[in-house]
Design a protein. Structure first.
Lengths: 106, 157
């Protein structure tokens, strides 16, 4: 199971723009490298990251092999209501990881 | 005598065949990198027939990177991020990586501000381009040149 780290403020004022930082452990193998005996190493990357806020998608990123290993993504969203921010990473070889945090908005 | 000649002919024929094979191999090997033209084609695929104008986008990258395996990148687009006027998508492209695509993000008015950061790989000293798609259908771009000392993708596993 991949190790995902998500940083979201626990509390926010309504209408405030909050920054979300995410980091997940993954080799992001490009598919362009070879082993020392010359055999190609197959591609193994995270292809898609989606963030939903109380079930509504607010951010989506399509990743390519040019994203560094252990993909880091930072973006923002407007704190509209208390609830759950859910994060989902999917990729090659059936890779799937999810994480969720709660935020209270007043 | 006859035997010697046939051996010589055999060697000549074999040498010719080997040279031919070698040449064939050289011609079929394609370097694993995109070209600036492929990057332009990739941008055209995203923008379609719309014109991509320089401006409104800020692309922050270090001018010199010692390690191409992880280069911090920040893209910011000037936009009020209202339901009427917002950034729909941001795409990042490179000129000389094996593929021109780096990342495509989709966002909307709920983002509050159009700013995204991540870490990318760069196989070479090259130009990186960020293209933003706005809700009014216009496309804006910015580019940055990065000098890479240690290239990504070259080390053995």
């Amino acid at each position: 199971m991949a190790n995902a780290l998500v940083n979201v403020p626990a509390r926010a004022r309504r209408g405030e723009i909050i920054e979300i930082k995410t980091l997940i452990s993954h080799p992001m193998e490009t598919g362009y490298r070879r082993t020392q005996v010359g055999a190609p190493i197959p591609r193994d990357i995270i292809r898609l990251f989606v963030c939903t806020y109380n079930g509504v998608e607010v951010f989506r990123a399509e990743l390519h092999p040019a994203i560094a290993a252990n993909p880091f993504l930072a973006f923002s969203t407007v704190a509209t209501e208390s609830g759950t921010l859910a994060f989902r990473w999917t990729g090659d070889n059936g890779f799937e990881a999810t994480e969720s945090v709660t935020i209270s908005v007043d | 005598m006859e035997r010697g000649e046939s051996r010589r002919e055999f060697l000549r024929a074999a040498g010719g065949a080997a040279a031919g094979l070698g040449l064939g191999a050289v011609l079929t090997v394609r370097p694993a990198r995109a070209t600036p033209d492929e990057m332009k084609a990739a941008i055209a695929r995203v923008a379609g027939s719309a014109r991509v104008t320089r401006g409104r986008v800020t692309l922050e990258l270090p001018p010199l990177s010692e390690n191409g395996n992880t280069v911090p990148l920040v893209v910011e687009v000037e936009s009020p991020m209202t339901p009427a006027h917002h950034v729909k998508a941001i795409h990042v492209f490179t000129e000389l990586n094996p593929q021109p695509y780096v990342v495509s993000v989709r966002l909307g008015p709920r983002a509050g501000r159009a700013r995204v950061s991540t870490r990318i790989r760069l196989a070479n000293t090259q130009t990186v381009v960020a293209v933003a798609e706005l809700s009014d259908g216009s496309f804006w771009s910015a580019s940055a040149q990065v000098v890479v000392t240690l290239a990504a993708c070259l080390e053995d596993a």
